[in-house]
Design a protein around this ligand. Structure first.
Ligand SMILES: C[S@@+](CC[C@H](N)C(=O)[O-])C[C@H]1O[C@@H](n2cnc3c(N)ncnc32)[C@H](O)[C@@H]1O
Length: 275
């Protein structure tokens, strides 16, 4: 899968492009903090086979491919970036479809999905934006359906506000996105605020740019291709090294979090099932 010409970077100079698109331009395909391994654990906690699945912000379509391999009844992706939507279409069509739109306003019908997956996208929203997207997921999910997220976390749960702010400012400078990671307790609360029940929670080191993780995620050839691209492009190299520096500086505070939450069936149905 090469998308050199149509990668979602727009016409902005590389110094101002969101970090995930810089990494994508360098050949990185896995753009989420816990890598493929945490995605696999997360998907392992969700019944996908034979279900209607919606993926919010599929990016370059790697998880889309993993979802398709699990045999869903249908796949719908929703990404706000038109180039990303085109890339994911090339992965999922003709079986699946991709809507170019905002995850907070998907336009999908009420109660139409059994599973909703979203990775590395809630982190980059404000608290209000996070709530709007989680609320939209709840609207689109059928009762009993599952919402799986994989995001950037902060640890420990009682990390001070000062450290939180420093991490957020440093991340924003390095990745050019106002990333607002939450502690595990805060991620859980954000889901529970919409009546969801968390049924799985897992973490992994935030090692997006560590050599071992890059090889695990991209393969040896993919990792070598990235190194060559980074060596060849001085301005992109400055961005990648800047991101890696911030991830390393805050490695004791940053973590990757995956959670799966279930939309309850509703009081009457839950009671009937218990009897
Ligand atoms: C860091 S990338 C993650 C891509 C992919 N989920 C992954 O984990 O590799 C963030 C993605 O979120 C998308 N995105 C960000 N905000 C969005 C929103 N409000 N609605 C839909 N997509 C959004 C971006 O276009 C991009 O594809």
């Amino acid at each position: 899968m090469t998308h050199d010409t149509e990668l979602p970077m727009g016409s902005r100079p590389i110094e101002n492009v969101a970090g995930h698109w810089v990494l994508a331009r360098m050949g990185k395909k896995v753009l989420r903090p816990g890598g493929r391994e945490l995605t696999e654990r997360m998907l392992g906690a969700v019944p996908v086979e034979g279900r209607d699945v919606v993926e919010l912000a599929p990016g370059l379509g790697l998880t889309a491919r993993a979802i398709l391999d699990l045999g869903p009844a249908s796949y719908t992706g929703v990404d706000e970036n038109p180039e990303a939507a085109t890339i994911v279409r090339s992965v999922v069509e003709p079986f699946g479809r991709v809507v170019n739109g905002d995850a907070a306003h998907t336009g999908l019908p009420d109660d139409s999905a059994d599973v909703i997956v979203g990775e590395a996208m809630l982190t980059m929203q404000t608290d209000r934006g996070k709530s709007a997207i989680i609320g939209e997921a709840c609207r689109v999910l059928r009762p009993g359906g599952h919402y799986a997220i994989h995001e950037l976390g902060l640890k420990p749960d009682d990390v001070s506000d000062d450290i939180k702010n420093t991490v957020r400012v440093d991340l924003a400078r390095a990745i050019k996105v106002n990333a607002r990671p939450l502690t595990l307790v805060e991620w859980r609360a954000a889901l529970e605020a919409h009546g969801l029940e968390v049924v799985f929670a897992g973490t992994a080191p935030m090692a997006l740019l560590d050599p071992k993780r890059v090889v695990a995620d991209e393969g040896v050839r993919g990792a070598l291709r990235m190194i060559v691209n980074v060596l060849r492009n001085r301005r992109a190299r400055a961005r990648v090294l800047g991101m890696r520096r911030v991830f390393r500086t805050h490695r004791d505070t940053l973590t990757a979090v995956a959670m799966v939450a279930r939309r309850p069936l509703g009081d009457d149905t839950e009671k009937e099932n218990e009897e």
